[in-house]
Design a protein around this ligand. Structure first.
Ligand code: C2E
Ligand code: CA
Ligand code: CA
Ligand code: CA
Length: 275
């Protein structure tokens, strides 16, 4: 017997390939990560392109994995999505981020990534609503970032969820725009408030005329549909200058601020208090 069925029992450990083993290990550790206090939220500032001021933060999940340091979301989130633990993790991040934002001295926005797997829940909207009530965060300060992968399955349910969230005042952001499929019809069909240009375009802006054309087109599209456009992954002054010239509304990236466990807004408030 080579396979002990899918899941638990596997009798020939030696035959299980290393990658599968590593994956299973991550899966099982992730199940306890919240109760063991290993999950944190890091906050990256988002700036108004014209004002040059912070308009909000994006909440990014961090896993302090024993023996491995801070684990990369790009590695563990897909595993959590496959095993289903992203539902608990995502909800934890949402609650934590809303609690945090509710304490800020200014009513800045807080953007939270919601996985396509969470969108398969029948009661996602109720869960978000409950967190907003519990944390007393004004719904219009919450931005839900979703990727096009969330729009593929059960489009009617996703549509109903997005419409209900919007009727509460929550804003919906189309994340990683330009990398998915059938982007244009999704923009027409679903009620988005904002578009985030994928950072793969930003990284190419200075060297590749095509990337600049694409970013210009996305910003133009956003304008004509009444949706402001955010450019993420801005790492250089030249990139910032280019997207500003193209009419981008907001910018985010290492040039302006890295994700940080302690958002800069709190540091500013603290230094005011101590001065
Ligand atoms: P994302 O939503 O596109 O988030 C932006 C990612 O770009 C973050 O990576 C951020 O640290 C990184 N970034 C920001 N500015 C720059 C820059 O100037 N240069 C470069 N090279 N990178 C920049 P991070 O935190 O590693 O997250 C990776 C992805 O993991 C996120 O991509 C998102 O898809 C996912 N993720 C993170 N937190 C959560 C979460 O709470 N829930 C869900 N479902 N997904 C999450
Ligand atoms: Ca995002
Ligand atoms: Ca993104
Ligand atoms: Ca991404």
């Amino acid at each position: 017997v080579k396979h002990g069925g899918r899941g638990k029992a596997c009798f020939f450990d030696a035959e299980m390939d290393e990658a599968t083993r590593a994956r299973r290990q991550i899966e099982s550790e992730l199940r306890h990560a919240i109760t063991r206090n290993q999950i944190h939220v890091s906050y990256q500032p988002i700036y108004g392109a014209l004002s040059g001021e912070v308009s909000g933060y994006e909440a990014l999940m961090r896993w302090n994995r024993p023996g491995h340091g801070i684990s990369e979301p790009d590695v563990f989130i897909p595993i959590a999505e496959e095993s289903g633990s992203i539902v608990q993790l995502g909800e934890w991040v949402l609650r934590e981020a809303c609690t945090e934002a509710a304490r800020w001295p200014h009513p800045l926005t807080i953007a939270v990534n919601v996985s396509p797997v969470q969108f398969m829940l029948p009661n996602l909207c109720e869960r978000i609503e409950a967190i907003l009530e519990e944390t007393e965060l004004a719904p219009d300060r919450l931005e839900i970032e979703i990727t096009e992968a969330a729009l593929i399955r059960d489009r009617d349910r996703v549509m109903a969820t997005l419409q209900r969230l919007r009727s509460l005042g929550v804003h919906i952001v189309m994340d990683d725009f330009g990398t998915g499929f059938s982007s244009l019809s999704n923009l027409r069909t679903f009620p988005f408030d904002k578009i985030k240009v994928d950072r793969s375009f930003t990284g190419m802006l200075e060297h590749d005329a095509a990337s600049r054309s694409i970013v210009r087109a996305i910003i133009g599209l956003g304008h004509s549909l009444g949706m402001p456009v955010v450019t993420e992954g801005v790492e250089t002054e030249t990139q910032r200058q280019i997207v500003l010239e193209e009419g981008c509304a907001q910018v985010q990236g290492f040039l302006l601020g890295k994700p940080d466990i302690e958002p800069s807004i709190k540091l500013a408030a603290k230094s005011l208090l101590s001065s």
